[in-house]
Design a protein around this ligand. Sequence first.
Ligand code: G
Ligand code: MN
Length: 236
Amino acid sequence: MTNSYQPKVNSNGEVYSLEALLRWNSAKLGHIPPDVFIPLAESTGLIHDFGGFVLNTVIKDRKKLSDIYSFNPNIALNVSLLQMLEKTFISNLRNITETHEIEPGSLTIELTESVLMNNIEKIIQVMEEIRALGIKISLDDFGSGLSSLNLLARLPIDEVKLDRVFICNMDGSESENILLTIKNIISLCLDLSLEVVVEGIEDQDTETVLKKLGAQNFQGYYYSKPMKINDLEVGV
Ligand code: G
Ligand code: MN
């Protein structure tokens, strides 16, 4: 297993955060995509070890970036439902930030929209505990499932990531509706003082259209694919 990092950029193209993405290159099976191995890890219980691995690696890599480039970006971690419900999840986070003297606000936890399909009151409680530590929360893959817009106002979150599905459908037969939907979601998020990141930008034209719709933060292959820490070109 390795950790890769994919930048999130602002409207000036500056990297303000790196999302840690777990990668599995098996000697026998080759590259196994996360949407295959994460569900497997969840059903076998391995996900708890993966979560620990990601967190420890992020701490080491962050120190490297800081020592070598004096670059201290926000780092975003993907956390699964089972991890966030671990009894020791919150205390682990607190220990790690305290032991390594990490400013909690420089960590973001990305939770996919699908966690909201579970016991929502319990989920909101854990979200509040995460934020009480000073760590930020991002709602990942927003729009891929069925969560409603009015839920956004209730959730203790800092950021919403618009799912790639919107971008994929931008040129299709429903393009006018899609553009209107994107515009309205962005404006609702900004009214709620939530940051919005649009995922899956693969070319400049898409970025231009999205900027016109009010988008301020972006992620996608157009800026960078996920990369190993040593391959990141930062501060140069
Ligand atoms: O669920 P989440 O948004 O965290 O998943 C991110 C996944 O999407 C990663 O596996 C990453 O490689 C992939 N990804 C990121 N940017 C792009 C993009 O611009 N196009 C495509 N096709 N995939 C992307
Ligand atoms: Mn994510």
